[in-house]
Design a protein around this ligand. Structure first.
Ligand code: SF4
Ligand code: SF4
Length: 434
């Protein structure tokens, strides 16, 4: 694609990177064929190619965003299905991040939008805030019909139960083997640790049992992606910098073999820290190291751990499991077969969900901000899952777990819970009746 940035504009590092990305696009439109919003809405501007043109126009012409541009960019899920399809290697992720930051700087959203987005930014990115708001929401849930539609939807998505933790809160969970073979940091996440603490507990138990010490560093809560995807770059950068500094110190002082993410949405962002700080002289080396150290739990287990699988005596025949490949896992991190192969080693049958490249509609805060599109995507996902008729569903991302659980009675759990169970951990609570 031809671009027309001026020399002055190209002094800006983001313009410079976006120009390179834009020049790779050959307008072929292959990406539209796998874009969930284009497939649903059928509008060129709701597909990647159209959005690329909108962003190009804003950046090149120093144009402030307007209502029309914001509508189509906001409808993008950041699922990155278009990046998997693109034959020219266009990095749409970095381009849309730049576009969103530009919108945040140049467009004044209507008051109600600003209120909701600020509320989400403050609430979801801090586990303590989220816990307080989630508890308070229980009291207003019965009266939610009084609220405007968007708020009503948000209230509907708030958790109704908060499972009890079974592991004590510690900063270091030592290896359970005589010899410690590795030392890793675990990102426990902002929302995940409140609504599904069992995922972190399964991860810690599993790693400890296999001789790995797990560090949960004080001061690290959110990975920063919630604010990053809302276009709130200052808030996101504050979190990124804090995380980089804490983990890098830990790496230097006590050694870290990896930083483990068990939520693929967060893992995708951690792996991008190096790019985000590519021009920051103080941070670029540290940020790159943090990205290099980051591994999804499935990736880490596959590459580094000899798992001791145990036969399930309760069920010799094995279960029929549907594997939902989270977008951030398959498109963001390009991890697809690894979790499936790990589950196969448990002796169960695993099936890919038909049309599995399409998003379930969760996408961070998307199901709260774009409820109609998200609901349609969820409906399609559930209908595809039902074609498999599984006994349960598994995936590697908390957002997908919660979204899919809103649409079906079929139990859904994190892949690490299955691996933990089949290597000596407890049977997940959600499967107690199976
Ligand atoms: S990130 Fe997803 S929703 Fe956005 S343009 Fe690409 S495929 Fe479409
Ligand atoms: S598939 Fe790639 S090159 Fe083709 S229009 Fe989409 S982004 Fe551009």
């Amino acid at each position: 694609m031809e671009t027309h940035f001026t020399k002055d504009q190209l002094k800006n590092k983001d313009n410079k990177s976006s120009e390179k990305i834009l020049r790779k696009c050959v307008h072929c439109g292959f990406c539209n064929a796998t874009c969930p919003t284009y497939l649903l809405l059928g509008d060129e501007l709701d597909g990647p190619r159209g959005r690329i043109y909108l962003i190009k126009d804003m950046l090149e012409n120093n144009k402030p965003a307007n209502e029309k541009i914001v509508k189509h960019i906001d409808r993008c899920l950041s699922c990155y299905s278009c990046m998997t399809t693109c034959p020219s290697g266009v990095n749409y992720m970095h381009l849309i991040d730049h576009g969103r930051n530009h919108i945040e700087k140049t467009y004044k959203r209507p008051f109600s939008d600003r209120l909701i987005r600020n509320f989400l930014s403050v609430t979801l990115s801090k586990s303590i805030n989220f816990r307080i708001i989630a508890i308070l929401t229980q009291f207003i849930k019965p009266f939610s019909f009084f609220f405007p539609r968007k708020l009503k939807e948000m209230i509907k998505h708030m958790p109704t139960r908060f499972p009890k933790k079974t592991l004590p809160k510690k900063q270091i969970y030592p290896s359970q083997k005589k010899k410690t073979v590795a030392r890793v940091a675990l990102l426990t996440g902002c929302v995940q640790k409140v609504i599904s603490p069992q995922i972190n507990e399964a991860t810690i138990r599993l790693l400890n049992r296999h001789g790995i010490e797990v560090v949960v560093s004080k001061g690290i809560d959110c990975c920063g992606s919630l604010n990053h995807h809302l276009g709130k770059s200052d808030l996101a950068n504050h979190t990124f910098k804090k995380n980089i500094s804490i983990w890098y110190d830990e790496y230097l002082k006590n050694g870290l073999d990896a930083i483990i993410s068990n939520t693929s949405g967060c893992g995708t962002t951690l792996k991008d820290y190096g790019y985000i700080f590519r021009s920051d002289d103080d941070l670029k080396k540290k940020a790159r190291k943090i990205s290099e150290l980051t591994k999804d739990i499935s990736e880490y287990l596959d590459e580094n751990v000899k798992l001791n699988f145990i036969k399930n005596k309760e069920n010799d025949k094995g279960y029929k499991i549907a594997y939902h490949s989270a977008c951030s896992m398959q498109h963001g991190q390009k991890i697809h077969d690894i979790p499936i192969n790990l589950i196969k080693k448990t002796g169960n049958q695993v099936f890919n969900v038909p049309d599995g490249h399409l998003c379930c509609g969760s996408a961070g805060t998307y199901n709260l901000l774009q409820n109609e599109i998200a609901s349609q995507l969820l409906k399609n996902k559930i209908s595809n899952i039902e074609k498999i008729n599984p006994q349960f569903i598994t995936t590697g991302n908390i957002g997908c777990i919660k979204q899919i659980a809103n649409g079906t009675e079929i139990p859904i759990l994190h892949t690490v819970e299955i691996i933990d169970w089949y290597t000596g951990g407890p049977k997940p609570q959600i499967l107690k009746n199976l």
